[in-house]
Design a binder for this molecule. Structure first.
Ligand code: NIG
Ligand code: FE
Length: 409
């Protein structure tokens, strides 16, 4: 299949030059390389070439030609943090929070993650798969071109394996890359409430060998947080994961300055995610590390919490990524277009910074930066074609409006 897109008003996030760079943007997040009045040619799903219209080779033949007059083309969004596999929504807790209960209080009373775990363990693999596939198709239609999905609502060996098998099936059928993270350390199940060591032993001695044995996970995750997994417990889990080749990618500093960022950096995590609660020490720990600070403003929005200090992170030269955190508790939406608006309005990121954060930097937070995240020769032709729009800034500006005409994955 050969695809030619012509008369593109703006082709955004391009990488030019003889040698393709697949860099993570830290230092220069504010500048978005674009070509105006451009064309793009793809073959077998890969970007073959692109340029400005005056350079379009006259002999170029395609099976499909799109006239993109007035429209923009961007790489698809790379959503590096989701909990897309779940059994049921939790709108009752949403109403409890409107009446004043906090997210933490709901969790302490056995709701929250434990509520999702009960429901998940009552639901068949088949049903979970069907529901998750529908959600996946919906987010792809909203521009998501790669996604990470976590376990963490099983909280027992069979439940965790069931979730990871669902994710494996999604990997097999999805038209986009899917990465899996093993998050048994999401909460302590009730029977281990007073026996934390017992649950961590279960994860390490029983679950991990089976997860790794079946090749079910790419990453090791843990919810490092007061009332959940301590720094010491997280360290033990990450070390065990590494023995099985699972690199860390963790939940850190959502509700408190838990030490999660530092322990993530210590174990060379691919990313530390959430980061609502940050200070100087956390930012210093991230400087000079390879760990990507991944911000989840959708969760801060939905829980009405303070937002992540994106400006301080970007001004420190860190390669900030943005991800949806799609899950039934703290962010029941995987819409990356809304996320773009939140990043600009609430985190004070510029449109250019936010686009970097949810394309190439998100790709890097899943180790997919060689394949996705920019318009570059040899990368996947995974593209968002907009409707006619006046400018790039219009995309985050027009929040809630569907400005996507077509998603090509
Ligand atoms: O990333 N904070 C921990 N885990 C998820 C939410 C889980 C839930 O409430 O179901 C998150 O926000
Ligand atoms: Fe999460």
């Amino acid at each position: 299949m050969r695809l030619l897109i012509r008369n593109i008003k703006t082709l955004a996030q391009v990488e030019t030059g003889a040698e393709r760079k697949s860099r993570v943007y830290g230092q220069d997040m504010g500048t978005l390389p674009c070509l105006d009045d451009a064309w793009l040619y793809a073959e077998q799903g890969m970007i073959h070439s692109f340029g400005t219209m005056d350079t379009l080779p006259a002999e170029l033949q395609a099976d499909e030609t799109i006239d993109a007059s007035g429209r923009m083309v961007l790489p698809t969004w790379c959503d590096s943090h989701t909990h897309l596999v779940f059994a049921a929504p939790r709108e009752q807790e949403f109403m409890d929070r409107i009446k004043g209960l906090s997210y933490e209080e709901i969790a302490r009373r056995g709701g929250g993650i434990l509520n999702s775990a009960r429901r998940l363990n009552e639901t068949s693999e088949e049903q979970l798969f069907e529901q998750a596939l529908q959600r996946l198709e919906a987010v792809i239609a909203q521009g998501t071109g790669a996604i990470e999905i976590k376990s963490g609502y099983g909280l027992c060996t069979e439940g965790e394996l069931k979730m990871l098998r669902v994710i494996r099936r999604l990997k097999e059928v999805a038209p986009i890359p899917v990465k899996a993270s093993f998050l048994a350390a999401h909460a302590f199940p009730p029977e281990y409430k007073e026996n934390h060591k017992g649950y961590i032993d279960l994860i390490i001695d029983e679950m991990l060998p089976r997860v790794a044995g079946e090749g079910l996970a790419d990453y090791m995750d843990a919810f490092c947080e007061k009332g959940f997994f301590s720094v010491e417990e997280t360290a033990r889990l990450l070390e065990a994961g590494l023995k099985y080749g699972l690199k860390p990618k963790i939940h850190a500093n959502q509700l408190h300055r838990s030490g999660g960022v530092q322990v993530g950096v210590q174990y060379n995590a691919i990313s530390v995610d959430h980061l609502e609660s940050m200070g100087e020490e956390e930012i210093d720990a991230l400087k000079g590390s390879n760990t990507i600070p991944t911000l989840l403003p959708g969760a801060a929005f939905f829980l009405a919490m303070h937002y992540q200090p994106a400006r301080a992170l970007i001004d420190a030269g860190l390669p900030v990524a943005l991800a949806s955190d799609y899950n039934p508790g703290s962010c029941p939406s995987g819409n990356m277009n809304l996320l773009l608006s939140l990043a600009c309005t609430q985190l004070k990121m510029t449109p250019e910074e936010a686009i970097h954060a949810q394309t190439i930097n998100g790709a890097a937070a899943m180790e997919l930066e060689q394949q996705l995240g920019t318009i570059a020769r040899g990368k996947k032709a995974s593209l968002i074609l907009t409707r006619p729009v006046p400018s790039l800034a219009y995309l985050p500006y027009s929040f809630g409006e569907n400005w996507i005409e077509r998603v090509i994955v």
